[in-house]
Every structure is written in structure tokens, then in C-alpha cells.
Design a protein around this ligand. Structure first.
Ligand SMILES: O=P(O)(O)OC[C@H]1O[C@H](O[C@H]2O[C@H](CO)[C@@H](O)[C@H](O)[C@H]2O)[C@H](O)[C@@H](O)[C@@H]1O
Ligand SMILES: O=c1ccn([C@@H]2O[C@H](COP(=O)(O)OP(=O)(O)O)[C@@H](O)[C@H]2O)c(=O)[nH]1
Length: 484
């Protein structure tokens, strides 16, 4: 279960509706897992006020949860993306704390929990995804104590000094502790969560366990809080990148850009966590100082539209586009543009071709749960070439130590890393890329989901769920839930 389904419903100008892949790494990671699994994906279909029956899409059973225009404003754009998102990303932007947003967040979480309770088989496993749905585990447990409940947080979990700003911090902790296993991207995130539990609830914790005391009505429980770094379908992505069509497209991209000596690439949702402005500043200064020339180096920046009705995202778009325009105006020539800026979402095939065409991949996020783009770049490069510049504030940097690691706030450091990447001898490029590829291959998305789900199953012991009676109000219907 996640806020967003793997497909969004879009309607064109002529009023024709179709489905397109949803943006973001959560969908990239979970889609192959769900295609291989039985079960259903519960989530929102990307448009307000859609009442849809469950349906199948590309081998996945989809159970849509409707959200109204007011839900979108207050639960999704408000509490999820203007309160939790900036707070959990170390307050890069100022979070808004509004009681009406919180109330709507509670209501919508309840709706997701109810929808899932209705379609889950007795004793089923439910895997709740991400910060939009942190209250769902406890709500589900209350209605369906038979379920095995996992939760995975795709974004960072902040240090207590930051988390404690949240007026509803205790309720969030209680919501998450409804799960049997709470998964995080990094060891540090799991540690921050356990500390918050100790500080706010005083429960005993001994990594990875949290002891939740019982009451007269419910028995004591043990919850596991642990890091499970997410990944991609490595073999699938490599295969895609090796296909003749993608290879030809990569050559075409280079040719279309005028075959510069060096192509640098950034691929991000247009989000203030991604450090796009810091990257542009470093590149602009290198051009201004004459240390790079537009005849030799082009930066391709894919900035996928994201959360466009949230004010901080609108402002960011204006800032980035102003900066891109300035750099292109100041340093571009008739035949050479400094930055090729693309405000679109592209399909996987085009992503793979861009990765192959790029000599240097720039990931300069100020904070990022994981950053799957970094892992995709590595998976695409079976030629063992290309240099990855990677922010140490991404989850991916825990594993991808052979990248050129940078602090994106240190603009001189980013500039040095760019020059070092451009000048790096082939032998060093190969050595680093081989090491990166070994790390990415060790932990693909199947390994991620298998280890999470095995941990979850083990919490139940060998007998499985022993109960036989479900609460009266639960109407569970097999044919609505399983794939046809
Ligand atoms: O659904 P949106 O509001 O359009 O946002 C897209 C997704 O963005 C976030 O992705 C995160 O998950 C990735 C995979 O684990 C991870 O690599 C990245 O660092 C995260 O930012 C968000 O967490 C998802 O819920 C959104 O669907
Ligand atoms: O035009 C685009 C831009 C990005 N992506 C995909 O979106 C995901 C981004 O995931 P990441 O974890 O890097 O960041 P998120 O957007 O989830 O914060 C990756 O799989 C990209 O390949 C895509 O398919 N088309």
C-alpha cells in the first residue's frame, strides 16, 4: 500500500483518459516486486475524485482509494509534502504546521487503513509504504489484529531535535509502532526512530528491537526497527541499457548535442531536496572562471515536474529556470548551449540512453532517502565507464563508496569533483565503476524486498496466525483482491 499507485490516470485535451507510469523511485522499486507477487496494490490513482473499481494493470492488481480535491490540498500537498517532507529532510525548507492539515491526514490514513482491511485475506501480509501513511499500521492493527504489518519509510527519519518540532510527534510514533517491522533506508534513520520512541514514549529499545508494553486489552509486543536499503531491478535495467535500440539512442543523444568531449547529466524530480541549484552554481562558476568551456562540456538536466501546486516547488522552478537561462545566456554560443534543460518526465528507455550517453553523472542532493538514479546509472554502465559524483547526504552513499563523494554545500568541493571526473584516466574510471557495479549487484530490489519480508514473517514464529475469527465488520472478498 502506498499513497501513489504505479500508474496515474491522465486525461488529454480531447477528454480521453489513459494510464501513465507515476513519477518517483518508490514506484520504480516496487513495481517489479509487485509484478512477481500475488496480492494487490492499494493507493491513489493520481487524480482528484476518482471512484474506480479494482482492476489489473501490467500484471498488478490495483485497488484505488479515492481522494477529493480537499484531501489533495490538505493531506497530500499540505501535511505530507509541506509539513513532513521538509521536516524529514532536515528542514531544508520551512515546514508548515496546520491543525486542519493534520486532521485531514488522520482522516485519509483511516480511509487507506479501512480500504486495506476490507480487501486483506485472513492472516495476510500488508506492507505499508512511506511517510504519507504513518498512522496506517496502528489503525490497521486495531481493526485487523490477524494481519502481519510491515512499514517502510522511503525518506530520511530525522534526528530527535528536528522530529520533536512536530506537534503530533507522539501520534506518529504510535502509528508506526502498529507495524511488526518498521524499515528505513539507512542505519542512522532507524537509530533516530528508536531514539524518538525512547524520548517520547520511554519504551525499552535494544537494536533492532523496541518493546511495546501491553494494556488490559492488548498484549505486549516486540517491534523491529531496522535499515533495509532499497534498490532497483539491476538485471532488468542492465538488459535494457544493453539493448541495441537504447545503445543507438545514446549515440543519437551524443550526436544531437554536437558530440562534446564531455556530457554531464543530472536527473531529478524538480525538488528542493535534490540540490539542483548547488550543481548549477558549481557549473556556472567553472564556466565563468574559464576552467570549463561550452565547446567541450554540456550539462543535460532532466527536471521532472513534481508537486507543482505546492508553493515551495513553484518558487524552486522559477529559481532553477532563471539560473539555467542566465548560464545559457552568459556562456552559450550559437552552436553550443551550456545546459540542455528538460522539464519533462521520460520513460525508462530514455533514462537508460541518457545514462549511457553521460560521461559524468551528478547527484548532489542536500538530503535524499536513497536516490535510485545513482544506482540506475551504475547498473546501465556495463561498459565500466562513466564517473558518478554523489552527495554524501543520499542513502545511496552508504553503499556507493567508490563514487566521488561530495558535500553539495561545499561549492568549491563540487567544482573540484567535476574537474576531477572530467580528467579522470580511463583506468581509474574502470576501477571505480567495477567496484560500484559489484555493490549494486549485491543488493538488488528482490534482495531488498525478500530480506524485509523474511524479517516480517519471522516475527510471527513457526505457527503463523493462530486466530480464526475476524471482526464482524470485515468483509473480505477473494475475487476482488486476487489477480485474474
Ligand atoms: O508521489 P510524489 O509526491 O510525486 O513523489 C514521488 C516519490 O518521491 C519520493 O521518493 C522516495 O523514494 C525513493 C525510493 O525509495 C528514494 O530513492 C527517494 O530518495 C525518496 O525520495 C517519495 O518518498 C515517494 O513516496 C514518492 O512517491
Ligand atoms: O524523467 C524521468 C525522471 C526520473 N525517472 C525515474 O524516477 C526515479 C527517481 O527515483 P529517485 O529515488 O532517484 O528519486 P525520487 O524521485 O523518488 O525522489 C528513477 O527510477 C528514475 O529513473 C523517470 O523514469 N523519468
Amino acid at each position: 500500500m502506498s499513497n501513489r499507485l504505479p500508474v496515474d490516470r491522465v486525461v488529454d485535451e480531447a477528454g480521453n483518459a489513459s494510464w501513465k507510469q507515476s513519477p518517483g523511485g518508490l514506484v520504480t522499486a516496487l513495481e517489479p516486486v509487485m509484478r512477481a507477487a500475488d496480492g494487490a496494490w492499494v493507493g491513489w490513482a493520481g487524480q482528484a475524485d476518482l471512484e474506480l473499481e479494482p482492476f489489473d494493470n501490467a500484471g498488478i492488481r490495483i485497488v484505488p482509494v479515492p481522494l477529493s480535491e480537499a484531501d489533495l490540498e490538505e493531506y497530500y500537498e499540505g501535511f505530507s509534502n509541506d509539513t513532513l517532507w521538509p521536516l524529514y529532510h532536515d528542514v531544508i525548507a520551512q515546514p508548515g504546521y496546520h491543525r486542519v492539515w493534520w486532521e485531514r491526514y488522520v482522516q485519509v490514513n483511516r480511509r487507506f487503513a479501512d480500504a486495506t482491511a476490507r480487501v486483506s485475506a485472513p492472516g495476510a501480509t500488508v506492507w505499508v509504504q512511506d511517510y504519507q501513511l504513518q498512522l496506517v499500521p496502528a489503525m490497521l492493527r486495531e481493526r485487523r489484529p490477524d494481519l502481519l504489518i510491515g512499514f517502510f519509510n522511503h525518506i530520511p527519519f530525522p534526528a530527535y531535535g528536528i522530529f520533536s518540532q512536530l506537534p503530533w510527534r507522539g501520534q506518529i510514533i504510535d502509528g508506526l509502532l502498529g507495524a511488526d517491522v518498521v524499515g528505513f533506508q539507512r542505519v542512522a534513520d532507524a537509530g533516530n526512530f528508536s531514539r524518538a520512541v525512547r524520548r517520547l514514549r520511554g519504551y525499552t529499545t535494544k537494536t533492532p528491537y523496541i518493546e511495546v508494553p501491553g494494556t488490559d486489552a492488548v498484549p505486549a509486543r516486540r517491534v523491529i526497527a531496522k535499515a533495509f536499503p532499497i534498490s532497483i531491478d539491476v538485471a532488468g535495467f542492465q538488459e535494457l541499457a544493453e539493448s541495441p535500440e537504447v545503445q543507438a539512442r545514446a549515440r543519437q543523444i551524443r550526436a544531437d548535442l554536437g558530440d562534446p568531449e564531455t556530457i554531464m547529466l543530472g536527473v531529478d524530480r524538480l525538488d528542493y531536496t535534490k540540490g539542483i541549484g548547488h550543481r548549477l552554481k558549481a557549473f556556472g562558476e567553472l564556466l565563468a572562471e574559464g576552467r570549463l568551456k561550452v565547446e567541450d562540456v554540456t550539462l543535460v538536466q532532466v527536471a521532472t515536474p513534481s508537486r507543482e501546486r505546492v508553493e515551495s516547488y513553484r518558487q524552486l522552478r522559477d529559481e532553477i529556470e532563471l539560473t539555467v537561462g542566465r548560464i545559457n545566456g552568459d556562456y552559450g554560443t550559437i552552436s553550443h548551449q551550456a545546459i540542455s534543460y528538460l522539464h519533462h518526465g521520460f520513460p525508462r528507455e530514455e533514462m537508460a540512453a541518457l545514462y549511457l550517453a553521460a560521461d559524468v553523472m551528478l547527484v548532489t542532493a542536500l538530503r535524499d532517502g536513497m536516490n535510485l538514479v545513482a544506482k540506475e546509472y551504475v547498473a546501465a554502465r556495463s561498459d565500466e565507464d562513466g564517473v558518478l559524483i554523489l552527495s554524501e547526504f543520499t542513502g545511496a552513499s552508504d553503499e556507493l563508496r567508490a563514487a566521488l563523494l561530495v558535500n553539495p554545500h561545499d561549492i568549491d568541493g563540487v567544482k573540484d569533483a567535476i574537474l576531477r571526473a572530467i580528467e579522470m584516466p580511463r583506468q581509474e574510471r574502470r576501477k571505480r565503476m567495477r567496484s560500484l557495479r559489484r555493490r549494486v549487484a549485491e543488493n538488488d530490489v528482490t534482495h531488498w524486498s525478500d530480506s524485509f519480508l523474511a524479517t516480517l514473517r519471522n516475527t510471527r514464529g513457526p505457527g503463523g496466525w493462530a486466530g480464526s475469527v475476524l471482526p464482524d465488520e470485515v468483509e473480505w472478498t477473494l475475487e476482488r483482491t486476487t489477480k485474474r
